[in-house]
Design a protein around this ligand. Structure first.
Ligand SMILES: [Fe+2]
Ligand SMILES: [Fe+2]
Length: 168
């Protein structure tokens, strides 16, 4: 694109492709969390539902953060299309396990973009991505804590477990 309003791109092309892939991943994560929120909401697991609604919002914020970063630095952010997500889950524990798996995938992907940015000398992206590296470590830690908690309360009624789930 060679319009006058277009700024010179200071980001690396390969990194921009990976960032666009990341945009799709964050959108997909948001959709997954919304489906999880729905499952919990339908069973009146209020805290868990709040937790997943909040996660769905946060993932959308992550998506927008990357989206704006790409456009603000002269790249072309691509509007993401989320594909089909699971709506059926075996249990509350299964949902949090699926959530941990998804977070681990996102962490791997963030690390990959980070490494690429460093390798090609795209310092703007590298610095931008530092926030995401920290965020992913915190996200994983949070889900692991919840899974520990669920493990300890395994024999308790679901509603009582739900009461101890943090709402965000
Ligand atoms: Fe995220
Ligand atoms: Fe996340």
């Amino acid at each position: 694109m060679e319009t006058a309003i277009r700024r010179d791109m200071i980001l690396d092309v390969e990194v921009v492709d990976l960032l666009n892939h990341q945009i799709t991943m964050e959108q997909q994560a948001s959709s997954k969390y919304l489906a999880m929120a729905s499952w919990c909401d339908q069973r009146e697991l209020r805290n868990s539902a709040s937790y997943f609604y909040k996660q769905a919002e946060e993932e959308r914020e992550h998506m927008m953060k990357i989206f704006k970063f790409v456009n603000d630095n002269g790249g072309s952010a691509m509007s993401p299309v989320a594909t089909e997500v699971a709506h059926e889950f075996e249990s509350l524990r299964a949902i949090f396990e699926a959530s941990l798996d998804a977070e681990i995938e996102v962490t791997k992907s963030i690390h990959h973009v980070f490494k690429t940015a460093r390798k090609v000398g795209d310092f703007t992206s590298e610095i931008f991505l530092q926030w995401f590296v920290t965020e992913q470590a915190e996200e994983e830690e949070k889900v692991r804590d919840i899974l520990d908690l669920i493990g300890l309360m395994e024999d308790m009624p679901l509603k009582m477990i739900d009461e101890r789930i943090p709402t965000e």
